[in-house]
Design a protein around this ligand. Structure first.
Ligand code: GLV
Ligand code: MG
Length: 325
């Protein structure tokens, strides 16, 4: 888990070519908003989209959301100007650049160097702007560990199911849904887990991609619940109606959150005051591994705005802890 955990339960895609959508997105309860210059923008509209995105960032009013711009991929003619123009003119309003179609750690290193040059030029803090790397084809997945290690700016790996399905030849047009005829239980399990392991091995967040069937909120809820259970931090949303479903799926339940906070308190008390390594909490033995799990749930819960209603009350012999109220 990243040292400072930022909530990315819902990551809202907003086409940079649509001033109307850019305006509407400000008031929506997504944790992250990414202003898209890539696949949601037609080639002829790329330059106008850049100008819209700069104006939207400089206009402010985003209410503490995590702000990202998805630039065109590092092999395109647009990429260097996407980064240079947007970050120079509007970098202060930006937390991360999302880099799509990363197939090689060199793509991330290129972006890292370019961002460093711009930060020097504009006087911004060195290394402040982070990077989210989209893993969305066979080549990117095959090199995902190297990509995850490519820069200290990396904050998250993001699965791109649509491009990935095309890359491996999956026989389906229904992005994020299970392909008809597949005899296994989840056709996305391998890339999802592979990306998650690489992300966690390097302290990064892991984000699942879009579920484009906007009208199918049940399908979206099932897909989001599944990647949330696996350990993912969040998922893209393409439409305002998807945000609540996804925020709910990626928030820990109130019970799990309370329990995680109690485990952290109990463990802190018993290891520092009573110098014991394994202690009982509500009939369950907790140890260092439980603390690590609890840290993850507590960080996600706090970042999602959950509040505690139970206080830890130490029982000095440590045999039976009961939460106070
Ligand atoms: C997202 O970029 C995807 O390809 O699914
Ligand atoms: Mg894609």
């Amino acid at each position: 888990m990243p040292a400072e955990y930022r909530s990315r339960r819902s990551c809202l895609a907003v086409p940079g070519s649509s001033e109307r959508f850019l305006g509407k997105a400000r008031g929506l309860p997504a944790d992250e908003v990414f202003l898209d210059l890539e696949d949601a923008v037609a080639p002829a509209a790329k330059e106008a989209a850049r100008r819209n995105v700069m104006a939207a960032l400089n206009g402010g009013g985003w209410g503490g959301k995590l702000m990202a711009v998805r630039v065109n991929d590092a092999t395109t003619r647009w990429a260097y100007r996407d980064v240079a123009e947007v970050v120079t003119a509007a970098g202060r309003g930006l937390d991360v650049i999302m880099l799509p179609k990363v197939t090689d750690p060199g793509h991330v290193i290129w972006l890292d160097l370019l961002l460093g040059q711009i930060e020097q030029d504009t006087g911004d803090q060195a290394g402040r702007i982070g990077v989210e790397a989209q893993i969305e084809d066979a080549r990117g997945l095959a090199r995902v560990d190297e990509i995850a290690a490519a820069s200290p700016r990396l904050r998250a790996l993001v699965f791109g199911p649509a491009d990935f399905m095309a890359s491996i030849g999956m026989r389906s047009q229904r992005v994020g849904a299970q392909p008809a005829g597949y005899a296994g239980s989840d056709a996305y399990h391998y890339p999802l887990l592979r990306i998650l392991v690489a992300a966690r091995a390097h302290g990064l967040a892991a984000i699942d991609g879009p579920y484009p069937a906007i009208g199918d909120l049940d399908g979206l809820a099932a897909a989001a619940a599944s990647t949330a259970a696996l350990g993912y931090d969040g998922k893209w949303v393409l439409h305002p109606t998807q945000i609540d479903v996804v925020n709910r799926a990626f928030s820990p339940s109130q019970d799990d959150y309370e329990r995680a906070e109690l485990i952290l308190d109990a463990y802190r008390y018993h290891t520092s005051v009573e110098h014991r390594g394994a202690v009982m909490l509500g009939g369950e033995m907790i140890d260092e591994a439980s603390r690590k799990l609890a840290l993850v749930t507590a960080a996600k819960g706090r970042a999602a705005g959950l509040r505690r209603s139970q206080r830890f009350e130490p029982v000095p012999d440590g045999s039976a802890e009961h939460p106070g109220t």
